[in-house]
Design a protein around this ligand. Structure first.
Ligand code: ATP
Length: 212
C-alpha cells in the first residue's frame, strides 16, 4: 500500500463548485487527506486566460477555505511559462518517489487527452482519476479507447497498490457548472453565488474581474 496524493490541475478561471465538489467526493472515496489545486500558468490547450495568474491563484487560495483538505500548489504559476502536465508529473514524482500520485481530470479532459504533450506517458508517473461531468458521456476515439484498455481499472483500491499506471473513472455528482458559464454570467451582471464559494465571488466583485 502506498500513501495516495491527489493533484487537480486546471485553468480555474475561476475555480467553482463543479471543481470543488468532485474533488471532495473523490478524496473521500480514495481516502486522500489532501487535494492539491494546481492552476496552470498558460494552458497549452486553451486561449490565454484573460485574468492574471495571480488572480487565479488567489481565488484558489480562497476556495481552500471551504475545507482544510484543499491546498494550493502554485508551481506551474511560478514557472512563468507554458506548463505541460507531463513535466509537472515528472517533477512531482521525483520529489515524492514513494506515493501513489493521482492526477485528477474531468471527463471532457479525458476525451481530448490525446492532444496533450506526451499523453501516453502521463501514466508512467501518475494515475489518472477521471471525474464524471454533466453533459459529457464516456465516449472516446480509437486512440483513447486503446489507452483505456491498457490502463483502466474498475477498482479504486488498485490505486494504492501501485504508484502510477492506472486510469480510474469515478462516478461523482454531475454538476453542470463551467468556468465559461460563470464568466458569461459575470459579464451579464448575473448572480453567481450558487456556482462558486462566496469568498471567490467577493474577490471577483472587489477586483472587477470578468465584468467587461
Ligand atoms: P472552461 O469553461 O473555461 O473550459 P472549466 O469549467 O472546464 O473551464 P477548467 O479549469 O478548465 O474549468 O477545468 C479543470 C479541470 O476540471 C478539467 O479537467 C475539467 O474537466 C474539470 N472540470 C471542470 N468543471 C467540472 C465539473 N463541473 N465537473 C467535473 N469536472 C470538471
Amino acid at each position: 500500500m502506498y500513501p495516495l496524493e491527489l493533484y487537480f490541475g486546471g485553468t480555474f478561471n475561476p475555480i467553482h463548485h463543479g471543481h470543488l465538489q468532485v474533488a471532495l467526493e473523490i478524496s473521500e472515496q480514495l481516502s486522500a487527506n489532501t487535494v492539491y489545486l494546481l492552476p496552470n500558468y498558460l494552458p497549452p490547450h486553451k486561449a490565454s486566460p484573460d485574468v492574471s495568474a495571480d488572480h487565479r491563484a488567489k481565488m484558489c487560495q480562497l476556495a481552500c477555505q471551504i475545507d482544510n483538505k484543499f491546498k494550493l500548489d502554485s508551481r506551474e504559476l511560478n514557472s512563468n511559462g507554458t506548463s505541460y502536465t507531463i513535466a509537472t508529473l515528472k517533477q512531482l514524482r521525483s520529489e515524492k518517489p514513494d506515493i501513489s500520485l493521482c492526477f485528477l481530470i474531468g471527463m471532457d479532459s479525458l476525451q481530448t487527452l490525446d492532444t496533450w504533450r506526451e499523453w501516453q506517458s502521463l501514466t508512467d508517473h501518475a494515475h489518472l482519476v477521471v471525474a464524471a461531468r454533466g453533459g459529457y458521456q464516456a465516449e472516446f476515439n480509437a486512440d483513447i479507447k486503446a489507452f483505456l484498455q491498457q490502463h483502466q481499472t474498475l477498482n479504486y483500491q488498485d490505486l494504492s497498490q501501485q504508484k502510477s499506471g492506472l486510469v480510474y473513472l469515478t462516478q461523482t455528482s454531475e454538476l453542470m457548472i463551467s468556468a465559461s458559464q460563470i464568466r458569461a454570467r459575470y459579464q451579464n451582471k448575473q448572480n453567481c453565488l450558487c456556482l462558486l464559494p462566496s469568498a471567490v465571488n467577493e474577490y471577483i466583485m472587489h477586483n472587477h474581474l470578468y465584468q467587461r
